[in-house]
Write a protein that binds this ligand. Structure first.
Ligand code: GLC
Ligand code: CA
Length: 549
């Protein structure tokens, strides 16, 4: 396989609204990000995935774009964006932009035009259908944010299609003009020196509404190959598609280099196993380690020779990892480090979501009025109206609501966690006096420094990047362990996912082999004995001595 710079890179995701507010209006901004680049350089990351900063009415915090070639005034200016790209480059950090082209904002000039009349030249940029004879929506497709995916527009007597909020009309990708406009815009950004694209809900762009197909429609992969050829194909960038519907076979279609589509996709199987199969994320299901291990092993194995994995616990749509999979109370530090180790030694490109590196936790606001996320608010309204209790709905929001990830980044113990000198747009998590970046930087044993070590290890050990993956203790209910191997180099990674100590009897091939501990969240060990006793959430990686092994 041809080696790419992004194979050993680590990506850091910034949700700009919540990262750092430089001008005190309560909203994070580009100037704030520029001021924190040294912090990110210390962490050692190579790429920033910047959630949308484009001009937007912010119905979905920027995932509703009204001008792809300008910056939202609350975030800054194009000149500041250029400064960010240049200042990041000085620190060997590339900027990956969020490409949100399944839909635009209803305030995008294309949609403003399209609404005017059925023969407007932009009409066909969107998806319009006549209501049924009885006046109801063209079909029964639901929006991910609640309600019908069809919104009736009285001006022309037709409905337009929106898989997200009604202020996010879906673009019509069957229209070649739409394809060309998007390609032109992507090249415009590439020419500004960005390092690639994260592609929002990319698995939806091939949709065929008349056939009732939204994800993985036949048109999807041809569209991506055309996009690749017309834009980033001959540039050395990272592209990652958000693909909730991907199976390993589908992920290979996206990420097989010979197919010229994307570098990799985000798949979500390890996330959706914690959602109710029918009710989805609002009815959380307990984390089942054995199921999780099966999913990870399946993906690590399936993409071993063809394609590439992305690795992540968190993003701006997901709960905080330490709250979901670890122990945010007594073992917050141990479990956050364990989760990081478990993920960062896998094969693929790791993504760290802002605040994950200091072990930020979920938040519990009592009142729904303290929430800002359109998805949580819409679904709360819809489901409580349908009879679900306030308490049940809040439990869903506490476990999986998107604002868990969006409370302001906790920089220090000063007012508003040092995020802003003004009133933050979303309340700060009350635990910021204890959990913040300043405290983490000052403590050699912090979660932050653990992440820093993991990121540095990836650069130093080709086995982490390219080695084979072999699961260990597959049936064990508490331990997730595996071995990575490349030539003579063998790395064994062992993680206790529980607060209970574990006695582990090592298999013959691993007993008594001396080695070097690469990273640990307890006292480092220097060899694998015959038996191991793992402390609560204990986790370590050991490079076995090649001659002894
Ligand atoms: C993706 C984004 C999410 C957004 C949605 C619609 O899932 O990650 O934040 O709401 O797409 O753009
Ligand atoms: Ca601001």
């Amino acid at each position: 396989m041809e080696t790419k710079w992004w194979h050993d890179a680590v990506v850091y995701q910034i949700y700009p609204r919540s990262f750092c507010d430089a001008n005190g209006d309560g909203i994070g901004d580009l100037a704030g990000i520029i001021g924190k680049l040294d912090y990110l350089q210390t962490l050692g990351i190579n790429v920033i995935w910047l959630s949308p900063v484009f001009r937007s009415p912010m119905d979905d915090n920027g995932y509703d774009i009204s001008d792809y070639c300008d910056i939202a005034p609350e975030f800054g200016t194009l000149a500041e964006m250029d400064t960010l790209i240049a200042e990041a480059a000085r620190r060997d950090i590339r900027i990956v932009m969020d490409l949100v082209v399944n839909h635009t904002s209803d305030e995008h000039p294309w949609f403003v035009e399209a609404k005017k009349s059925e023969d407007n030249p932009y009409r066909d940029y969107y998806i319009w259908r006549a209501p049924q004879a009885d006046g109801s929506a063209p079909d029964t497709q639901r929006s991910y944010f609640g309600g019908s995916a069809w919104e009736f527009d009285a001006a022309t007597g037709e409905s337009y299609f929106h898989l997200f909020s009604k202020r996010q009309p879906d673009l019509n990708w069957a229209n070649t003009k739409v394809q060309q406009e998007v390609h032109r815009m992507m090249n415009w950004w590439l020419d500004r020196g960005i390092g690639g694209f994260r592609m929002d809900v990319i698995d939806l762009i091939g949709k065929d509404v008349d056939a009732g197909i939204t994800t993985n429609a036949p048109r999807l992969h041809p569209l991506l190959r055309e996009m690749n050829a017309a834009t980033f194909g001959d540039r050395d960038v990272l592209t990652v598609g958000e693909a909730w519907s991907a199976t390993p076979e589908i992920a290979k279609l996206y990420s097989d280099p010979l197919r010229h589509e994307l570098s990799m996709v985000f798949q979500f199987e390890h996330i959706t196993i914690t959602h109710d199969p029918v009710e989805g994320k609002w009815k959380p299901r307990a984390f089942d380690l054995r199921e999780f291990k099966k999913v990870i092993t399946k993906w690590q194995t399936a993409l071993a020779d063809t394609g590439w994995n992305s690795l992540f616990w968190c993003n701006h749509d997901l709960p905080r990892a330490v709250s979901k999979y670890g122990d945010p109370g007594r073992y917050r530090v141990e479990s956050a480090k364990m989760l990081a180790t478990a993920l960062h030694f896998l094969r693929g490109t790791p993504y760290v979501y802002q605040g994950e590196e200091i072990g930020m936790t979920n938040v519990r606001f009592e009142s729904i009025d303290d929430y800002r996320d359109i998805e949580s608010l819409n679904l709360y309204r819809e489901r409580t109206a349908a009879g679900v209790s306030h308490a049940a709905m809040m439990e869903g929001i506490y476990a999986n609501g998107r604002d868990n990830a969006r409370t302001p980044m906790q920089w220090d113990a000063s007012d508003n966690a040092g995020f802003s000198s003004g009133q933050p747009w979303l309340k700060v998590n009350p635990n910021y006096c204890e959990i913040n970046a300043a405290a983490a930087l000052a403590d050699r044993d912090s979660i932050f420094h653990h992440y820093r070590r993991l990121i540095a290890l990836r650069k130093a050990h080709p086995a982490i990047v390219h080695g084979d993956y072999r699961p260990l203790f597959e049936a064990h209910p508490q331990v997730f362990a595996y071995e990575r191997r490349l030539g003579d180099e063998r790395i064994v990674v062992i993680n206790n996912f529980t607060a209970q100590p574990v006695e582990l009897e090592l298999p013959a091939g691993l007993r008594g082999i001396p080695g070097k501990c690469l990273v640990s969240n307890y006292t480092p060990c220097s060899e694998l004995g015959n038996d191991l006793v793992l402390q609560p959430y204990e986790s370590f990686a050991i490079a076995l001595d090649a001659r002894a092994a």
